[in-house]
Each structure stands twice: as C-alpha cells, then as structure tokens.
Design a protein around this ligand. Structure first.
Ligand SMILES: Cc1ncc(COP(=O)(O)O)c(C=O)c1O
Length: 456
C-alpha cells in the first residue's frame, strides 16, 4: 500500500515538540472536512488544546478570539459552567438510549421548550444529528407527507424548488437543494431532481434588495407554473444565504415564498440551521418576516455549541399525514442510532435556560448593531466590495488581490490572535452571541488591520 503523506510544515518559532508531533500524526492519518490537503500543511495547521469563554488556545499556549463561534455554533462561549454541569448531571443518570420506540425526559423536555419558542403553528419536533441530517429529514417528510395527503392515484410530486447560492448541508438530499456549484457540480449525476431559481441576495447592477426579491419571486411563480403540480416543497434559508457568502435578502422574499406555497399548495421548508437560536437578533429568522413555515430545521447553536443535535419542527397537518395503521406503511421510516442523545438534549436545555435568563437574543441584536458601527470605516475602504450583515451574521467581501484573498485576511488575523474562517473572498464574522464590547471591538479592529495588510 502506498500513502501520500504531505510534507509537514516548517516548524514555527516557539513551536513545541508536542505540536510538531501532533501535526505530523494528523497529516499521516486524517482527512479533514472541506479541506484541500495538498495545501493545508502550508497553512501551518493549528492544534487546539482548550477553550474558555470567547477564546481558544493552541497546544503552544497561544490564545485566539473565536470570531466565528467555532463554525457558527457557540452561543454563550466555551466551557460555560452551567452547560458543563448539565451535561455532567445527565451523564450520571442516562448516557444514551435509543429513541426508536423508547423515550426519555431530556428529549421530551427539550421538545416542549423548543416549541414554546417556535413560530405559532409548529407543533412537533423530530430530532436529527447535524444540520444536514435535519434537512435530509425535512425533504423526506415533505415528499412523503405530500404523497400521503393526496388522493389515491394522483401524480407524485418529486421536485424541490430551491435557490441558487443556497447551502443546506453535504448529504445528497441537502446537496441537491443547495446552489453552490463548487459543492454540487461533481455530484450532479446522482442528485435529486430539482428546479432552481436565482438568488435574491445576488443583486445585479442598480437593483435594490426589494426589487430583487420581487424578481426572484416572479421566477419562482413561473417555475411552479411550469412544473405543473410536480413540486412538493420550496426550500429556503431565511434572510441570509450564509455559506453562499452572507448574501442577505429582503424580508419580502420570505413572505412572498410563503404566499406562493399557499397559492400552489406546496410545503415551505425553512432552513434555520445557521440563522436559528438567536444569530439574527431574533430567536428564529422567520420572526423578522412574521410567517410560519410548514417545516423548519435548526441545528448549530441548539446545544450552545457543545454537542451535535439538530431538529425539524413540523406543523400538525404534516405530522398527521403520517398517521395510520401500521399496515398502511405511512410511518416516517427514518431515524438514527443517536437520535435525541440525552447528553445533547441536556446541553440544549441548559443553553435555552441561559438564553432566557440572560436575555441572549436581545444581546445578540445589540452585538449585530455594534458590529455595524465597528465595521463602518472598513466598509468604506477601497478594496472592500461590501459588508453584509443580518444580526450577528456578517460577511465582508474583499476584492481579490491573490488567489485566496479571504484566506490571507484570516491568516493575518490569526497572527494577531483572532480565529476567523472565510467563504472564498468573503471574510465571515460570527462571534459567540454573548460576546462583550471589549472583545467585539478587538475582533473588528483586528479584522480591519488584517484587511488593510492584505489589500496594501
Ligand atoms: C443553512 C444551513 N443548513 C444546513 C447546514 C449543514 O449543517 P451541518 O454542517 O451541521 O450538517 C449548514 C451549515 O453551514 C447551513 O448553513
């Protein structure tokens, strides 16, 4: 057997033997997600050792401000005593038991607590593991519910309508309704059949976000008419296409999608995996639009950034479409070994407790406004194409000056003790919701200096 172990990077000044050895072992045995291993060693991989509050420490004791909430998941910070304690308490009681035909208190309580925060009309919670698996479940639910609600013999509705530049995860169903070519083009021959409309967040010259929303809604209407009753659901990210580059759109788009779904009798799936649990300054982004979807996914910040857990919220009519005697096979035949893992549920309940006690969602709205103030001068700088933001979710698009300009800005920030990760040439800021003014000012200052360094 031959292996292609990459050449380890040159040893950094002050790098310990432990770090050198861990990087070497990593490069020999691991394959990281969304990572080009032919160039990663050249980026000087960081080995994270511990975390507390807003910071991460590497194995050489260097501290980094976590500017992207460890990929958009951290809510109150790292090593939060209340969440640590809740997980420990749960460990002493029940580590895991299946949710297939059994139930448990953390799973029940979390569902009740989530429904109490959800838009009126969402009445059921189905657990999954990650954002992608929640999307996958929602797509299957939409297809099956539609089939089971229609009269016998009616034509099936195999199509999903979705939006260019969207991202819903990396499993095959989720990739099918995604719209980022880089992630989906390779797999096109094995993806589901869909209809795609343009992105309401890609404006084109002279267009306002309101005008663009109206244009894409008209495109959607035409696509629904053309598909002639074969679409079962429309899938959207509400207010911001996050992985697409923080492409923000007007609330009229989300409202218009709801209206089209009602008019064409199509289910509306809203993917709140990135936006949910406070990131936009509301608990759920759909609150900005005042609508209720038929199915809504969440994940990421659900456990405060501690453990994998995601969920699909459903309207009662969708849930009822699955009821019947077993022989009818209307059951949702879907679920995982670790569905509703009690440790994850305990972390999520503690997270929701803290959100309520500390007013974290209102604080997140303030964080968003403050990011707006702190990035105003950056937005006006030559070479910065646009700063886009919804609540705390911020994308700073820089004009490309090298092959990986966004990456170069993030490397410059890392040298200044801030950890951020780009989406192409969009530098993303998405700090933990509980971040305070000093850390936020530091984060935005470092990003401004890093952009200046790279664009100089
Ligand atoms: C809107 C949206 N949906 C789904 C996903 C996939 O979530 P996960 O990475 O937890 O599978 C993401 C991830 O970024 C996302 O932004």
């Amino acid at each position: 057997m031959t292996t292609s172990t990459p050449v380890p990077p040159a040893r950094r000044a002050g790098q310990s033997q432990r770090t050198t050895s861990l990087v070497d072992r990593d490069l020999r045995s691991l394959w990281h997600p969304f990572t080009q291993h032919a160039v990663w060693p050249g980026d000087d991989p960081l080995v994270i050792d511990r975390a507390a509050g807003m910071h991460l420490w590497d194995t050489d004791g260097n501290r980094y401000l976590d500017g992207v909430s460890s990929l958009w998941v951290t809510v109150h910070g790292h090593a939060v005593p209340e969440i640590d304690e809740a997980v420990r308490r749960q460990l002493g009681r029940l580590d895991h038991s299946t949710f297939l035909g059994l139930t448990h208190e953390p799973g029940i309580e979390l569902a009740e607590r989530l429904l109490a925060t959800a838009p009126v009309g969402l009445t059921r919670v189905f657990y999954a593991g990650d954002g992608s698996s929640a999307v996958e479940a929602a797509l299957k639910m939409a297809f099956q519910a539609t089939a089971q609600r229609r009269r016998a013999g009616a034509a099936t509705r195999p199509l999903f309508l979705h939006v260019a530049e969207g991202y819903h995860g990396d499993t095959l169903g989720a990739v099918s309704v995604g719209g980022i070519d880089l992630f989906s083009a390779t797999y096109r021959p094995i993806l589901l059949a869909t209809r795609t409309v343009s992105s309401p967040g890609v404006l084109g010259a002279g267009r306002s976000r309101v005008e663009r929303a109206a244009e894409v809604l008209a495109e959607m209407r035409a696509a629904l008419a053309e598909a002639d009753g074969r679409v079962c659901a429309i899938v959207v990210e509400p207010l911001v296409q996050a992985a697409g580059g923080m492409l923000t759109h007007d609330v009229s788009f989300v409202r218009g999608v709801r209206e089209l779904c009602d008019e064409f009798d199509v289910l509306m799936i809203v993917d709140e995996v990135a936006t949910g649990v406070g990131r936009t300054g509301r608990m759920w982004a759909v609150e900005h639009a005042g609508i209720t979807p038929d199915l809504m996914t969440c994940g990421k910040g659900l456990t405060g950034g501690y453990l994998p857990l995601s969920a699909v919220f459903a309207r009662e009519e969708v849930y009822e479409a699955f009821l019947g005697v077993p022989a009818e096979a209307r059951t949702f035949f879907h679920g995982h070994s670790y569905t509703a893992n009690p440790l994850s549920c305990a972390a999520a309940i503690a997270n929701l407790d803290l959100i309520a006690e500390r007013g974290t969602v209102a604080h997140a709205a303030w964080v968003g406004e403050r990011i707006g103030e702190l990035t105003a001068s950056l937005a006006a700088r030559d070479g910065v194409v646009e700063v886009r933001r919804i609540g705390t979710m911020t994308g700073i698009e820089v004009a490309p000056v090298t092959e990986r300009t966004g990456g170069a800005v993030c490397q410059a920030a890392r040298r200044r003790g801030v950890w951020i990760r780009p989406l192409g040439d969009v530098v993303v800021l998405m700090p933990p919701l509980a971040i305070g003014d000093d850390d936020l000012t530091h984060l935005c200052g470092v990003v401004e200096d890093s952009v200046a360094e790279v664009l100089a």
